[in-house]
Write a protein that binds this ligand. Structure first.
Ligand SMILES: Cc1cc2nc3c(=O)[nH]c(=O)nc-3n(C[C@H](O)[C@H](O)[C@H](O)COP(=O)(O)OP(=O)(O)OC[C@H]3O[C@@H](n4cnc5c(N)ncnc54)[C@H](O)[C@@H]3O)c2cc1C
Length: 304
């Protein structure tokens, strides 16, 4: 069986950042990746240091090439399907059938967005249906913006958006009762509240015409919008943390792997980084997390 110093499961912002530190420390590191980064739906990634506006694929392509330029780094386009800790050694089963092992493991497999179940929403995700004003708000500044509520936390999304546009509507969509103090705060920020049930997201292709709300005739009424913000629930993209018995905490949008200051999980020798191991989420935080996990794993090998 092939043995590495460290295996990194997931080769995106977090995983490649961890691998870079380990490769530069001249450790043998294997990155296993299925090539499905969370932001692959977006045409451009914003706010990432030195890379603003490039596509996620371009940014990750550059990072992958830079990591693989180091002779002790290797990448396999494969799935890590199972992980086990056996007497201090981490064993990973690959989807292609192989088995690899290492003294340390970094889990950087990311999360999957569970989107509100509404016709027309999924196909516009990352293009005109957006989750984060810091990532995509600038591009739709000054336009007609909506917030599709998934619960009371959506009030905060609606309260932020007037910094990007003076035309913001919060669709509560029957998900919660608006408290008086929230109503006041929204009004003070100039946010309209529409309590009608939203039945569909409509438009031509990925473009947005608006949301269809119930009432006003058989077909309902379309409220015109240029972009719709909403939030997702998240679940882990792989079962590796559960298989290993890593401690989990409940984060604001879903489960988060519990880690210490060096991103080591509750299972010795297993590190976790990126969206799977922190909240809130963005590419920069994921990358910084990966750096911490990579250096943490290296220090634990060197100083053991
Ligand atoms: C639509 C959208 C747009 C976004 N835009 C921005 C933006 O503009 N700016 C920004 O800073 N942030 C943005 N984000 C957030 C950003 O995408 C995430 O914070 C970031 O991708 C997290 O990086 P990660 O490495 O933790 O996980 P991911 O990027 O999700 O990568 C996880 C990797 O692990 C792989 N993987 C999963 N399971 C396995 C397995 N079992 N075996 C092997 N490999 C596996 C996946 O294929 C993937 O390559 C956006 C998010 C979304 C949803």
């Amino acid at each position: 069986m092939e043995t590495f110093d460290v295996i990194v499961a997931g080769g995106s912002f977090a995983g490649l950042s961890a691998a870079m530190q380990l490769a530069r420390a001249r450790r043998r590191v294997l990155v296993v990746d299925t090539g499905l980064p969370r932001n692959r739906f977006a045409h451009a990634s914003h706010g990432f240091f030195g890379q603003d506006g490039r596509t996620p694929a371009e940014i990750l392509g550059t990072a992958r090439a830079q990591v693989l330029a180091y002779p002790t780094a290797e990448l396999r386009e494969d799935e890590a399907t199972h992980a086990a800790a056996i007497e201090g050694v981490l064993e990973i089963t690959l989807g292609s059938g192989g088995l690899v092992r290492a003294r340390r493991l970094v889990l950087a497999t990311g999360v999957i967005d569970e989107l509100p179940d509404l016709p027309g929403l999924r196909e516009r995700w990352g293009i005109t249906v957006l989750h984060c004003p810091y990532c995509h708000g600038y591009e739709v500044a000054g336009r007609r913006l909506g917030v599709l509520a998934v619960g009371e936390a959506s009030v905060h999304q609606a309260l932020l958006l007037p910094d990007w546009s003076g035309d913001v509507t919060l669709f509560t969509n029957g998900t919660f009762e608006l408290a008086a103090d929230h109503r006041q705060a929204l009004s003070a920020r100039g946010v309209r509240v529409d309590p009608r049930p939203v039945v569909a997201v409509v438009g031509d292709g990925a473009e947005l015409e608006g949301v269809r709300v119930a009432g006003g005739g058989d077909d309902g009424t379309v409220v015109a919008l240029d972009a719709l913000f909403t939030s997702s629930r998240t679940r882990m993209a792989s079962p590796l943390a559960e298989q290993l018995g890593c401690g989990l905490d409940e984060g604001p949008s879903g489960p988060v792997i519990r880690t210490d200051a060096w991103k080591e999980t509750t299972v010795p020798g297993v590190y976790a980084a990126g969206d799977v191991a922190r909240a809130p989420h963005n590419a920069t935080w994921a990358s910084a997390d990966g750096v911490t996990a990579g250096i943490g794993a290296h220090r634990s090998l060197a100083l053991a």
